[in-house]
Design a protein around this ligand. Structure first.
Ligand code: NAG
Ligand code: NAG
Ligand code: NAG
Length: 387
């Protein structure tokens, strides 16, 4: 008994030491290097697409990468008819399939808007949640839609209308990725967060505990004054990116639309798997200056990564930051990915556990010379300076 419990204590201690070794990266080792970059989409009236905007990037259950973007048919405006364009890479971003259009909304005056991509690793599916008629421009109501792939992104099922379960509401998921909870509470849950619109803005999360069959409304962080016209500096949480931390909490990095309190990011944390976003868990991150834009965030091996155009006024200067203190502090050595016009971004990584996959993160972002809507670019980042 004595020996057995001592052995148990020893193995517990060893596994604690081992798992902290696996998670901990020596902060000094992180030295991000822009390793490879290629343009995945180029805007400009070609074919049936006028502009590509709102890029999303995801890993897949089989270790491929999927890139999505809106193919805006007649202009670069948020309104109008669109395709969802996709490219797939099975070699860690070196080569990409030709573009396929996985959803086409026809000729609608206020078509689809991306969106949030979420991978269910327990069943091996990739789910893409998007909205249609979000701006209520010559249409109503707005609907929350999803498509799903069960074969690693090769083929996609027909669109499903989630508003039937969620109720009718203006909800624009992401843009970015949703998460599947890896840790308690609510391990296995799918969490997709996004924002409302106009007067009814705020951050809202929708949740699924059965791999995307049934969805229900979770946390809400409402704008103030809610359901009323906003003024400059009002509290107006907007586009957002959730990430799960290693303690099981969900940290949501949010666009601070009306510059409440600062021209910087708003951060809010859910401690109950996306059911609530208490104001006690809200703060402003003054280091993350921001021109009010959709930004990228990722938690990998205990390090938090963040990308945005790091400038208070303009969408320029796409910058990668990292934090080994769960976002409390950021390393001084921020890395500039692109000095010029740059807009929305999204980060992902492959997490097979292989030494190779621990070295890279992947960023997709809007990039241009005169205007950030010119191209959608994919950047492969080596976290350890090419070593
Ligand atoms: C994904 O992996 C599974 C299991 O190894 C395999 O059966 C399947 O063919 C793979 N799918 C694709 C599209 O590569
Ligand atoms: C989606 O479902 C809602 C609620 O039933 C309905 O009001 C809306 O018209 C549907 N949207 C589409 C595109 O079918
Ligand atoms: C770009 O970002 C870096 C890091 O935040 C900052 O030091 C620099 O002033 C920024 N440059 C511009 C032009 O915004």
């Amino acid at each position: 008994m004595e020996t057995r419990s001592r052995l148990a204590a020893l193995s517990l201690l060893l596994s604690a030491v081992f798992s902290s070794c696996v998670l901990l990266i020596n902060p000094k080792e992180i030295d991000p290097l822009l390793y490879e970059e290629q343009l995945l989409w180029v805007s400009g009236a070609q074919g049936e697409v006028s502009a590509f905007r709102i890029p999303l990037l995801s890993f897949t259950p089989n270790g491929s990468l999927l890139a999505f973007t809106e193919g805006r048919k007649s202009s670069s405006s948020d309104y109008g008819a669109k395709f969802i364009a996709m490219r797939r890479s099975t070699d860690k971003g070196s080569t990409w399939s030709p573009t396929t259009f996985i959803v086409d909304d026809g000729m609608t005056p206020d078509g689809l808007n991306l969106g949030s991509v979420v991978v269910d690793e327990e069943v091996g599916s990739v789910i893409l949640v998007y909205s249609i008629c979000f701006h209520l421009y010559h249409c109503h109501p707005a609907s929350t839609m999803m498509v799903e792939s069960r074969d690693d992104g090769l083929s996609w099922g027909p669109p499903r209308n989630l508003s039937v379960q969620l109720g009718v509401k203006n909800f624009a998921p992401g843009p970015g990725f949703g998460i599947q909870k890896h840790f308690q509470p609510a391990k296995g849950r799918l969490v997709v967060c996004g924002h409302g619109t106009l007067e009814g803005d705020g951050v809202f999360c929708i949740l699924s505990d059965d791999h995307g069959k049934k969805w229900y409304n979770g946390a809400a962080l409402k704008s103030i004054p809610y359901n009323q016209k906003k003024k400059a500096q009002d509290f107006n949480p907007d586009e957002c990116q959730p990430v799960e931390m290693t303690d099981g909490s969900i940290v949501i990095n949010v666009r601070n639309q009306n510059n409440y309190h600062c021209q910087c990011r708003l951060v809010v944390r859910s401690l109950d798997g996306g059911l609530s976003l208490p104001v006690e868990e809200l703060y402003f991150d003054y280091t993350l200056v921001d021109p009010a834009v959709a930004a990228g965030a990722l938690q990998k091996d205990g390090v938090l990564y963040f990308t945005n155009p790091a400038n208070k006024q303009h969408r320029v200067n796409l910058t990668l930051r990292w934090s080994v203190t769960d976002g409390k502090t950021w390393d001084d050595k921020a890395v500039q990915i692109w000095a010029g016009p740059s807009g929305y971004s999204c980060i992902t990584s492959l997490d097979s556990g292989s030494a190779e996959d621990r070295k890279f993160i992947y960023v997709i972002y809007e990039k241009g010379h005169k205007d950030y809507v010119e191209t959608v670019s994919f950047a492969k980042i080596h976290l350890f300076g090419g070593q």
